[in-house]
Design a binder for this molecule. Structure first.
Ligand code: AHR
Length: 500
């Protein structure tokens, strides 16, 4: 069976220029993300600093422009001073967020060095759980001040002559959550965040700051939290954060694939809330969004309950992703690109081993999960202007959502390189979707590639057979007289690339 959807793509209908930081990711001191993930000095591929070059190679394929660090919940109990200076002198600490032992073999300087190897910027988070203004301003001085002060000279004495020039900073993490070390009310957090922001920017006025929004849209304090925090911080911060994780807990695929609509609603609500405070303050400034944690996370929940407390780098949050998860990740990317006008930063949480597109075996290989592919396609091909795409698609209803379009799509126009990329998910579980797109404004453009990610088993993973879920280039998209037609297989992620 076939269903039909229509759309119109016009190069003049711009949503906005995509900020490349929308393809950011996240490394937390959690599980095997750092130790045995990016860093394993005994691994055959390790470089002179102990970083796995096989992992670096895979991360480079993703073209990750920005990596958030060092947490996450971890940051709310972290003393950054523990992670700098001679490695042999660094303390082992009980890490309360994940109940493990942190050895501090990797800290700020090593992580900045790793980020350079993958050509990414660091998005540094400061501890506003157990600490505050002083630790945060000292870290900015340590990282960004050139020289001639206590903390900058200490960095130089640690072997890092050039300052790290870290531009983007997070003011704490999920401070609305009761699980957070040093959890606060919105007023408590807002006051601390604004005073910390002022001190950090006094040290380096070029930095950009992200205030903590809600941990997800279903928090009881959602929206009121954002409004209160922005009441306090509006003129001193640049972004408000969003976090969300989804899961197919009821094994209801139609409902699961619609969860990106929850993300749409979340983004829309945070924009509205930020703009409400803008109106209230009669401000000229616009606060943008940083979706600095997003992904599927549920497969590992039960296994994580069995982890021995205070272990070192245990296998925590090691979700093994299925084919259906890759479809939702594709739709979540589409949701974010649709708001490229206001969503400037996003971090897939996380990057290696911990709810991650890349997994490693200790002493062994590094491999790609199913979700690696939509993330890579968006990051590599989704550069340029996101376009408003007018879509007429048949729809369905599910347990939690109504009017779910079978066709989920967004288009990106790279004016410089004269390419148009259509990202599209066919959510239909049984039918091929025949897509007719009016692309007349792209005169002379031809299809150069139609990549498809599909699988007959929605629960297929790459855990044992690494090429079980991999994309192919045999899609049938073609353009004739300004009309594009493509058949999108049932349950598929598609990347249709046109060029002049
Ligand atoms: O990414 C895993 C965890 O999820 C982060 O540490 C925390 O911020 C969120 O709850």
């Amino acid at each position: 069976m076939t269903v039909t959807a229509k759309m119109t793509i016009d190069k003049e209908y711009k949503i906005g220029q995509i900020d490349e930081r929308i393809y950011g990711s996240f490394i937390e001191h959690l599980g095997r993300a750092v130790y045995e993930g990016i860093y394993e000095p005994d691994h055959p591929s390790a470089d002179e600093q102990g970083f796995r070059t096989d992992v670096i190679e895979l991360v480079k394929q993703l073209r990750v422009p920005l990596v958030r660090y060092p947490g996450g919940n971890f940051v709310s109990g972290y003393n950054w001073e523990d992670g700098v200076g001679p490695v042999g002198d660094r303390p082992r600490r009980l890490e309360l967020a994940w109940r493990t032992t942190e050895t501090n073999q990797i800290g700020t300087n090593e992580f900045v060095a790793w980020a350079k190897k993958i050509n990414a910027e660091v998005n540094m988070a400061v501890n506003l759980g157990t600490r505050g203004i002083d630790a945060a301003r000292n870290l900015v001085e340590y990282c960004n001040h050139p020289s001639g002060s206590y903390w900058s000279d200490l960095r130089i004495s640690h072997g890092y002559k050039d300052s790290h020039k870290i531009k983007t900073w997070c003011l704490g993490n999920e401070m609305d959550g009761h699980w957070q070390i040093g959890h606060k009310t919105a007023d408590e957090y807002g006051r601390l965040a604004v005073e910390t922001a002022k001190a950090m920017k006094w040290i380096d006025p070029t930095i950009e700051l992200v205030a903590c929004g809600s941990s997800n849209r279903h928090m009881a304090t959602f929206a009121e939290w954002e409004a209160t925090v922005l009441e306090h911080t509006y003129e001193h911060v640049d972004y408000i954060s969003l976090h969300t994780y989804y899961g197919n807990r009821d094994n209801d695929l139609g409902n699961y694939l619609a969860q990106s609509m929850d993300m749409d609603h979340f983004i829309y609500s945070v924009i509205s809330t930020a703009d409400y405070i803008k109106a209230k303050k009669r401000s000229k400034k616009t606060i943008n969004l940083s979706f600095d944690e997003w992904n599927v996370w549920f497969h590992s929940n039960e296994a994580d309950k069995k982890i021995e407390p205070w272990s070192i780098a245990p296998p925590q949050l090691e979700d093994i992703y299925t084919f259906e998860d890759s479809l939702l990740v594709g739709s979540m990317l589409i949701s974010m690109l649709k708001r490229a006008d206001r969503l400037k930063i996003a971090c897939l949480a996380q990057l290696v081993n911990v709810i991650a597109p890349i997994m490693t075996e200790k002493g062994g290989e590094a491999w790609k999960q199913t979700i690696f592919y939509p993330y890579m396609h968006a990051s590599v091909f989704g550069r340029g202007n996101a376009l408003h795409t007018i879509v007429a698609s048949p729809k369905y209803d599910s347990k939690d959502f109504t009017d779910i379009p079978y066709l989920d799509t967004v288009s990106v126009h790279d004016e410089e390189n004269e390419t148009l990329t259509i990202f599209a998910v066919n959510r239909h579980q049984t039918d091929v979707l025949s897509l007719d797109a009016d692309v007349r404004s792209f005169e002379g453009y031809k299809v150069i590639e139609h990549i498809v990610l599909e699988n007959k088993d929605v629960k297929a993973t790459n855990q044992y057979n690494r090429s079980n879920v991999t994309p192919h280039n045999n899609g049938n998209a073609q353009v004739d007289n300004g009309l594009l037609n493509a058949h999108l297989p049932k349950l598929s992620w598609n990347v249709i690339r046109l060029a002049k």
